[in-house]
Design a protein around this ligand. Structure first.
Ligand SMILES: C[S@@+](CC[C@H](N)C(=O)[O-])C[C@H]1O[C@@H](n2cnc3c(N)ncnc32)[C@H](O)[C@@H]1O
Length: 298
């Protein structure tokens, strides 16, 4: 089975406005779909540094002297770029979220299609799994997680049910969780489960926190004129990206200098997020929620 089908591929490459001899970062290497296209646009002196915290992605590392694979979280972008003698870069691409490979590998526990351990760690060395989150979070924390990250409407009832269940028996497998979820489903079952699973996955991997760290460092490592291209699949992430490229802050607060002038770190190329075409969505339904934003560092 294919590892991952890159989303908005030609659009992302065009958005990077690649300088043939430049240094580029693919922060979410995955199956290397985007990375291969970036390399094709680079000459022999250029460099591409690919990050992925999932050790499975390392198997796809490109056999090319211009390519370096960094098996770490992109929230340490600046540190690892420095380590690999790439203090400043000409462009950064991040295609957030999970790969098809992660969703299709039953034992990784990302999908409710399989009955396996409640894992969901992108980094197999990560300290906490989905089972740990369900076992240790307070009712209020669970409610907040499902409500905010999953937009689950009955997040309070769900949090109460989880706390009640774990007092009787620990929830370790997907079927343990489904037994709690099924009586609580509101609306379409698959949609409800997808929301709950998305919230858990984002929490296990601290995806919002990692994105915040990454965005802040992207500004520090991009050269003036360098491009930032981000494809997000969740409204919280897209909002953070939108705010960040507009103001330099993920919460969207404008920074002012001593005289009250607003400092803008980026020229925003995409006033509105770019979306996949109907044709792409039909061919690759996982592209459906993608939103791409592009900015040039001033
Ligand atoms: C949507 S896939 C990227 C697919 C890739 N663009 C391709 O064409 O194959 C996202 C990948 O980013 C990785 N990832 C997600 N968050 C990460 C993070 N904070 N640090 C490093 N890798 C991350 C995941 O492990 C996954 O392999």
């Amino acid at each position: 089975m294919e590892y991952h089908n890159p989303v908005l591929a030609s659009e992302a490459i065009e958005a990077l406005n690649i300088q043939a001899g430049g240094t580029y970062v693919d922060a979410t290497f995955g199956g290397g779909g985007h990375a291969r296209l970036i390399l094709q646009a680079l000459d022999e002196n250029a460099r591409l540094i690919g990050f992925d915290q999932d050790e499975d992605a390392q198997r796809n590392a490109l056999d090319d002297p211009r390519f370096t694979f960094v098996p770490h979280n992109f929230r340490f972008l600046r540190r690892f770029l420095r380590l690999h003698d790439a203090v400043e870069v000409d462009g950064i691409l991040a295609d957030l979220g999970v790969s098809s490979h992660q969703l299709n590998e039953a034992e990784r526990g990302f999908s409710f299609r399989f009955d396996t351990q409640l894992d969901m760690r992108m980094n197999q060395q990560g300290e906490r799994s989905a089972a740990d989150v369900l076992a240790t979070y307070t009712e209020a924390e669970l409610q907040n997680m499902f409500g905010t990250l999953g937009e689950v409407r009955n997040s309070r009832t769900l949090a109460q049910a989880i706390v009640r269940e774990r007092q009787v028996r620990p929830m370790r497998s997907i079927s343990d969780l489904l037994a709690v979820l099924d009586p609580l489903v509101r609306g379409q079952r698959n949609r409800y489960l997808a929301q709950v699973f998305q919230a858990l996955r984002m929490e296990v991997n601290d995806e919002v926190g990692a994105l915040q760290d990454f965005l802040e460092q992207s500004l520090q490592v991009l050269k003036p004129g360098g491009r930032l291209v981000i494809i997000a699949y969740h409204s919280i992430e897209d909002r953070m990206v939108k705010n960040f490229i507009k103001t330099g802050k993920v919460d969207g607060e404008m920074e002012q200098d001593f005289y009250g002038n607003i400092t803008r770190p980026f020229e925003v190329i995409t006033r509105k997020a770019m979306l996949p075409s109907e044709i792409e969505i039909k061919a690759n339904p996982r592209s459906r929620s993608a939103k791409m934003r592009v900015a040039v560092k001033i």
